[in-house]
Design a protein around this ligand. Structure first.
Ligand SMILES: *Cc1c(COP(=O)(O)O)cnc(C)c1O
Length: 421
């Protein structure tokens, strides 16, 4: 078993043997497999096992793994250079594409990860409003930014410690955390602290504690209350952006945030993030304004070309409609299985994102998510994996369908789920 051997060795070299905690399979009491290659909807591990994949490198792989268009574009670009640190045309093309697609973004800056994007939004909001407090919701993950690692969803939840050691108490004190889908709590928070709040940041659809959807009017309340108090509304669309539609949740729900954080899908599998918003706010960034933000590899030519290639391919192939059809087929099948087995578990889906909660409780917030039957999830996860189906190794994750999945793949998936649950 090569995976076992590699993991043993990795643990002597890398903390926990992984470069990001969610990869460690801690929440399913096991060890991760090591991947040899991945193509389309499928992964092959180093021991030669094959899996249908619904993790999709945690979101970016919307075309499936290693799409030919992207793997063709990268070496083509690399012939001319892999990093310049000098402006190049690809950055302008990427900025234009983001601004064309995302209605609330008038100016955009590229960074190298989603974490950098949210971190920069927070600093910009504080610099622009000259206020310090940030409001976030329990279960929303915005990357491992100090001020945002409070009650932060999947990775932190898996280890049962919502707050990270190493975050200064003085900094965490500037972050107010509210339960999601609770209009009264939001109202009270702004009534009390309104004039000190720089920004409210929210995962436009929270997708790092399973997939939670806003109750009718909750996003509009966020928009209204921040405007009323002179605070900024930041939509973290790192997960949802370019996955649920060209303009993300902001467009789907008709809400116009002041700032938007982006990542994952826009990088085509390479490290990219971006943040953007109203021109007047973005102009506060250096070199034009007083808010400093920078990056040696920001706008990296390989990452930009990979991302642009991916976005164009989704668009040219009617991608979002196809993904919706695949998602609908999966949803119909899962509901049928649950019904036939007499399981009242909650299933949420939006387009190509889905989550099966192992709880009969309707899920509106983190407390509801935590009523999940972890033991049942663990059994289900290993049964699926052993039959060639790779679902995320935690009950707090969202699943992703890619354009490389076929209706046959979905049917095969349902067959395995039916035998595994
Ligand atoms: C993944 C994620 C991030 C962090 O992005 P990284 O590229 O991992 O730094 C931020 N916000 C949301 C909503 C995410 O899903």
């Amino acid at each position: 078993m090569l995976s076992k051997k590699l993991f043993k060795r990795a643990k002597t070299l890398i903390p926990g043997g992984v470069n990001s905690p969610v990869r460690a399979f801690k929440n399913v009491d096991g060890d991760p497999f090591f991947v040899r290659r991945a193509k389309g909807a499928r992964i092959e591990d180093v021991d030669g096992n094959h899996y249908i994949d619904y993790v999709g490198t945690w979101g970016p792989a919307i075309l499936g793994h290693a799409p030919n268009s992207v793997t063709g574009a990268i070496p083509e670009m690399a012939k001319d250079g892999v990093s310049f640190g000098i402006p190049h045309p690809g950055e302008v093309e990427m900025a234009q594409t983001i601004i064309d697609w995302v209605p609330a973004v008038e100016k955009v800056r590229l960074v190298s990860s989603g974490t950098e994007a949210t971190m920069s939004c927070i600093r910009l909001a504080r610099g622009y409003t000259k206020r310090d407090k940030i409001v976030k919701f329990e279960g929303c993950y915005h990357g491992h930014v100090d001020s945002l690692l409070v009650a932060a969803g999947s990775g932190a939840l898996t280890f049962g410690e919502p707050d990270s050691a190493g975050v200064p108490a003085s900094l965490a004190a500037e972050t107010i955390t509210l339960p999601y889908n609770d209009p009264a709590a939001l109202e009270e928070c702004f009534a009390t602290y309104g004039d000190q709040i720089a920004a409210l940041i929210v995962e436009s659809y929270p997708a790092n504690a399973g997939l939670i959807l806003p109750k009718d009017g909750f996003l509009q309340q966020m928009r209204d209350i921040t405007t009323q108090h002179g605070s900024l509304l930041i939509f973290d669309e790192v997960m949802t952006g370019f996955r649920l539609g060209k303009g993300g949740v902001a467009e789907l729900e008709g809400i116009s945030p002041d700032l938007t954080a982006m990542g994952k899908v826009i990088g085509g599998g390479l490290p990219v993030g971006a943040f953007g918003g109203r021109d007047e706010i973005m102009e506060h960034l250096a070199p034009n304004g007083p808010v400093y933000q920078a990056g040696t590899l920001s706008g990296n030519p390989l990452a930009v070309i990979a991302g642009l290639t991916q976005l164009r391919e989704i668009d040219h192939n009617n991608g979002f409609m196809k993904l919706e059809a695949l998602g609908a087929r999966l949803e119909e099948g899962v509901r049928k299985i649950l019904h036939e087995k007499g399981l009242g578990y909650t299933f949420h889906r939006k387009g190509s994102m889905f989550c099966l909660f192992f709880t009969e409780k309707p899920v509106f917030n983190l407390d509801d998510v935590e009523t999940s039957n972890k033991e049942h999830f663990r059994r289900y996860f290993w049964n699926c994996l052993n039959k060639g189906l790779y679902m995320a190794p935690s009950p707090y994750e969202t699943g992703f369908i890619s354009m490389a999945h076929t209706f046959d793949d979905i049917d095969k998936t349902l067959e395995i789920m039916n035998e595994s649950i």
